[in-house]
Design a protein around this ligand. Structure first.
Ligand code: 5RP
Length: 263
């Protein structure tokens, strides 16, 4: 999953449906995933999407989401259990498994015990576990103080890799976490430049990559987006260079092209 040549990774997150349902632009997972896969080092999905929407011929390593049990209709998203067994993960030939932890939320303990047990099971089969530091709805905790606590707890309980959110002072989060960190994108940002800045800054601060979804496939030009993000992650492109790659690869809107030709 983490490419030895750069020590970094572009993970494509397409596991949102397990609690959000048919998220915009992920209604038909295969359609969303297929064009993006050549530019992803890892694909994050649930077993349902893996079975129905991922062609066995595609050879991208799979990060299998194995926690769930709550949906966005519930106030408390932290009430999760492990929903897919390690035997199933082995049978599905996945590279690693992922679950959410909810530090500071009502089901903190349950989610941390879930992580610890999953690490025990994963280690038995040589399957690394990613902990995802989800932020409880009621908490306004996307800050370095909270995230460094949550990431450190995840690493101490045995997570081989931790996914978290970028925040101000992100190097504090990285420095306090002995396991490698990747960042999610979160809800769609206003501009492509905002996304490239997030990726660039997270990597400068020490993240080993991204595990990103909506800011790629909710963009009008998802392939251009993932190519540009990939250039930052693996080629150390600057934000300006990434913007150029995005512009070169985006589909030209026929109406705009026509009006500039007539101008
Ligand atoms: C869903 C997840 C997502 O994989 C994670 O949030 C990354 O996706 P995005 O970049 O859209 O936030 O864990 O629970």
């Amino acid at each position: 999953m983490i490419k030895p040549a750069t020590g970094r990774s572009v993970m494509l997150a397409c596991d949102h449906g397990y609690f959000m349902g048919p998220t915009r632009n992920l209604e038909s997972p295969r359609k969303t995933i297929e064009p993006l896969l050549p530019y992803a080092d890892t694909l994050a999905v649930t077993r349902g999407v893996l079975r129905t929407s991922v062609d066995p011929k595609w050879d991208t390593p799979i990060l299998l989401r194995v926690s769930g049990g709550a949906s966005i209709l519930k106030d408390d998203l932290s009430d999760e259990e492990v929903t897919t067994s390690i035997r199933e993960a082995v049978r599905l030939n996945v590279a690693s498994v992922a679950l959410s932890i909810f530090v500071g939320a009502p089901h903190e303990k349950q989610s941390l015990v879930n992580l610890s047990r999953l690490v025990d099971d994963g280690e038995d089969f040589g399957i690394p576990v990613m902990a995802i530091t989800a932020v409880g709805k009621e908490l306004d905790k996307r800050d370095a103080k909270y995230l460094s606590l949550a990431c450190r707890v995840a690493a101490e309980l045995g997570a081989r890799i931790v996914k978290t959110y970028y925040c101000e002072n992100f190097s504090k989060v990285v420095n306090g976490c002995p396991a490698p960190l990747v960042v999610a994108g979160g809800p769609k940002l206003n501009t492509e430049e905002d996304v490239f800045n997030l990726v660039y800054n997270a990597l400068e601060d020490g993240a080993v990559g991204v595990d990103m979804g909506r800011n790629i496939w909710q963009n009008e030009n998802p392939v251009a987006m993932i190519k540009a993000i990939r250039s930052i992650v693996h080629e150390k492109a600057t934000v300006k260079e990434a913007q150029l790659i995005f512009s070169e690869n985006r589909k030209v809107n026929p109406k705009k092209a026509e009006s500039s030709a007539n101008a």
